[in-house]
Design a protein around this ligand. Structure first.
Ligand code: SF4
Ligand code: SF4
Length: 417
């Protein structure tokens, strides 16, 4: 394997910021479960630095430790030295993938599924149609057999919603209903890849809340998948293709809103991914829906919800974007709500993109811990702002015998019907 020292320079420089204090270790989900230094942030940084310095004879040998990392960024929040762990990890994964592409099922998943299906909305819709059809016919097991759905995903994914709920939002400009007090801000909405077919109701709720609060909403037709999963999988070139298309799709918009923490985090990092002025300008336009609404303020009072709600922080919202206060502030404005924070609400749930398919045992262990913490606060409902987290938490709550609905925060901001 030949590693290009040039492409590792940036990540190498970032590894030098680590002073080996170990303060990040208790915050790392894989270190909590495995208790192994090489499966901690400090250990992985040490390995990646050694790789960049050419001190590792067989680069493949460090891959399992990097593969087990969730890229959850909890270590970045904990680090007093400001180590940008995510950038080191993603650059190293990209270099390993470039030098020697992975083989086997994991490679098939990351290359074929992520690029040829997830990043292609028409094929993604077709896949969900096939999955839905197989479920209606009672043949979900066949979908697993045909690899339309990996076995680990079959355990996690809820049933595919009917066609009416998978229907994409109309593209173009949406105006607030007549009689609504108009705001002088126009926003654009990023609708995502998986959010649309699995949680179309979340996109519809996002649009409804924005319109009810007086904002004009633009949904560009030519927007693409954000590329986050490709970046995490060490395929930044493909992610750049998608990023450039999104930069063009939202060129006429000043504010780009997102309701998926993973996508939002990736899009705020287009500056780093693309290294262009356009990428930087685009990144500066991106906001999570909770950031935007908390800043602008709600003018439409949400419907009453006299229930106990546990808010769980998605990693790529709290660690990746530093957004923790805004979703809670908005939820506190829901009449009747009793908002609680579970223990370690900012710990990863084990979803992490397609991690729960690639590392099912470790993801399940982490998911069980998350479900136990959530169950402790006896919620009537759990809310979290990322589709992967919604599926993982729902799956582990159900598997541990707790039937608690899991929703996106925006769904609780809907006005009374
Ligand atoms: S990103 Fe998450 S799993 Fe990876 S080293 Fe940091 S804390 Fe651990
Ligand atoms: S907290 Fe930061 S400086 Fe300390 S070991 Fe972890 S990454 Fe290194």
């Amino acid at each position: 394997m030949v590693l290009s020292s040039e492409s590792l320079v940036e990540s190498y420089t970032r590894t030098l910021d680590c002073v080996h204090c170990g303060l990040c270790l208790p915050h790392c989900p894989t270190h909590q479960v495995l208790g192994v230094e090489a499966d901690s942030p400090r250990g992985r940084i040490y390995l990646m630095r050694a790789l960049a310095e050419g001190r590792i004879e067989e680069p493949e040998s460090i891959r399992p430790f990097l593969d087990r990392c969730l890229d959850c960024r909890a270590c970045e929040t904990a680090c007093p030295s400001g180590v940008r762990y995510g950038e080191i990890l993603e650059a190293t994964r990209a270099e390993l993938e470039r030098a020697q592409p992975k083989r086997g099922i994991a490679a098939w998943l990351t290359r074929t599924l992520l690029w040829h299906v997830v990043a292609n909305q028409r094929r993604l819709r077709l896949m969900f149609w096939l999955l839905r059809t197989s479920e209606v016919l009672g043949l979900r097991w066949l979908a697993t057999k045909l690899r339309l759905m990996p076995a680990s995903m079959a355990q996690i994914a809820p049933p595919v919603p009917p066609a009416s709920e998978r229907r994409p939002l109309r593209t173009g400009v949406h105006k607030p209903p007549p009689g609504t007090k108009l705001r002088d801000v126009r926003v654009a909405l990023f609708t995502g890849c998986v959010m649309e077919p699995m949680f179309g109701r979340v996109n519809r709720a996002t649009l409804t809340v924005l319109l009810a609060n007086g904002f004009e909403v633009h949904i560009p037709e030519s927007q693409r998948c954000c590329g986050a999963l490709l970046v995490h999988a060490g395929q930044p070139d493909r992610a750049r293709t998608l990023a450039n298309e999104n930069v063009r799709a939202f060129a006429d918009d000043d504010i780009v809103l997102n309701n998926s923490a993973g996508c939002g985090c990736a899009m705020k990092e287009y500056d780093h991914l693309l290294g262009t002025a356009d990428g930087k300008a685009f990144a500066a336009k991106c906001q999570d829906i909770s950031e935007f609404l908390a800043t602008e303020g709600l003018t439409a009072t949400p419907a009453e919800q006299p229930i106990r709600v546990a808010y769980d922080d998605p990693c790529h919202l709290c660690h990746g974007q530093g957004v923790t206060r805004q979703p809670r502030e908005l939820l506190q404005q829901v009449p009747g709500i009793d908002l609680v924070s579970p223990t370690k609400s900012d710990d990863c749930c084990g979803s992490a993109g397609i991690y729960n398919m690639l590392q099912p045992k470790l993801a399940a262990e982490i998911g069980r811990t998350k479900a136990a913490h959530l169950h402790e606060c006896a919620p009537d409902m759990i809310v979290t702002g990322n589709p992967g987290c919604m599926m993982q938490i729902d799956s582990h709550m159900r598997r541990s015998g707790h039937n608690v609905p899991v929703r996106h925060p925006i769904e609780l901001l809907l006005p009374p019907q």
